[in-house]
Design a protein. Structure first.
Length: 279
C-alpha cells in the first residue's frame, strides 16, 4: 500500500518533468516567451502613451500607475523566472541589455499626430494581440505551469482591454474616428508590433547562451509564420482578432537597429554560437 502511494505521488512529478522537457526543446516557445518577457519588462516606457489615450478619465492615471504597470512588471518577472528555470543556458540579463539598447532606437510617431480616440484604439489593439498570444500558449503548452502562467497573463491583458474599451468609445466620439481610420490604426498597430517591437526582442536573443543552445535558431519570417498559425489554431480568434493577425501571415520587413548612434542601418543580428564554437 505504501509503495503504491509513493508511485502515485511520483507520477505527476514525472509527467511534469516530461512536459517541461518538451517545452525546453521547443524553439518556437523559447523565442516567443523570451520576446514576451522583454516586451512586458519594457511596458513602463509606454505609460505616457497610455495616459494620453485616456487622459480625460479621472481614474486613468491612477490605474496606469497602480494596476497596469505592476501587472506588466509581475508578468515579466514570472516569465523571466520560467525562462531561466527551463533554459538555464540562456543569459536573460545579457540579452535584455541588448534589447534595451536596441529598443532605445525604436521609431515612434511624432507627438500630437494621433487623436486621443486613435491612441486609445491602438492600446486596445495591443492588449488584444497580447491576450490572443497568451491564450494560445495557455491552450497548447505541454507544461501545466506554463499553461497557468499564460492563462493568468491573458487574463491581465483582457482586463486591460476591458478598461480601455469604454473609454476609447467616449474619446473616439469626440475625436471623430471613422471606420476606415479605425481599421487602418488597428492594422498599423499590428504591423508595428510585428515589424518593430517583436522584431527587436527576437533579434536580441541570438548571442546570449552559455555554451550550446538547447533550441535551434529560427529565421524571423519562419517564427512569424509559425506563431501566426499557432495563434490562429489555438486562440479562438473572432473577426477582430483575425483582422489583427492578418498582417502576421504576410512577409515582414523588420526594423533592425544599427550599431551607430541614432541611425537606421541594416545590420544583421549576430548568429547563435555554433556547436564547434561552443565546444
Amino acid at each position: 500500500m505504501h509503495a503504491t502511494a509513493n508511485i502515485t505521488q511520483a507520477r505527476p512529478s514525472l509527467d511534469n518533468n516530461r512536459a517541461r522537457t518538451l517545452v525546453r526543446f521547443n524553439p518556437l516557445l523559447f523565442h516567443a516567451l523570451a520576446a514576451a518577457s522583454f516586451l512586458e519588462a519594457s511596458a513602463p516606457r509606454h505609460a505616457s502613451r497610455l495616459g494620453a489615450a485616456v487622459a480625460a478619465e479621472p481614474d486613468a492615471a491612477d490605474w496606469v500607475e497602480n494596476v497596469w504597470g505592476p501587472q506588466r512588471e509581475a508578468r515579466s518577472r514570472e516569465l523571466r523566472a520560467y525562462i531561466e528555470a527551463t533554459w538555464p543556458e540562456f543569459d536573460w540579463s545579457g540579452a535584455y541589455e541588448d534589447f534595451c539598447s536596441a529598443y532605445g532606437q525604436r521609431p515612434g510617431r511624432a507627438a500630437g499626430l494621433r487623436s486621443p480616440g486613435l491612441a486609445g484604439l491602438e492600446c486596445c489593439a495591443v492588449e488584444s494581440l497580447a491576450a490572443a498570444f497568451y491564450r494560445a500558449i495557455a491552450h497548447c503548452a505541454d507544461d501545466p505551469a506554463l499553461r497557468e502562467l499564460a492563462a493568468a497573463a491573458a487574463g491581465d491583458h483582457v482586463h486591460c482591454f476591458e478598461f480601455f474599451r469604454p473609454r476609447v468609445g467616449r474619446r473616439a466620439g469626440t475625436g471623430r474616428v471613422g471606420f476606415i481610420a479605425a481599421c487602418r490604426a488597428v492594422l498599423e498597430t499590428s504591423r508595428a508590433a510585428r515589424d518593430i517591437d517583436v522584431a527587436i526582442a527576437f533579434f536580441a536573443l541570438g548571442a546570449h547562451w552559455y555554451g550550446t543552445p538547447t533550441v535551434s535558431q529560427l529565421g524571423y519570417q519562419d517564427f512569424l509564420g509559425r506563431m501566426a498559425r499557432l495563434i490562429s489554431r489555438h486562440a479562438s480568434l473572432g473577426r477582430v482578432g483575425q483582422l489583427l493577425f492578418h498582417p502576421w501571415f504576410r512577409r515582414s520587413r523588420p526594423f533592425v537597429p544599427s550599431a551607430g548612434r541614432g541611425s537606421r542601418g541594416a545590420v544583421r543580428p549576430e548568429p547563435w554560437p555554433s556547436l564547434k564554437a561552443a565546444a
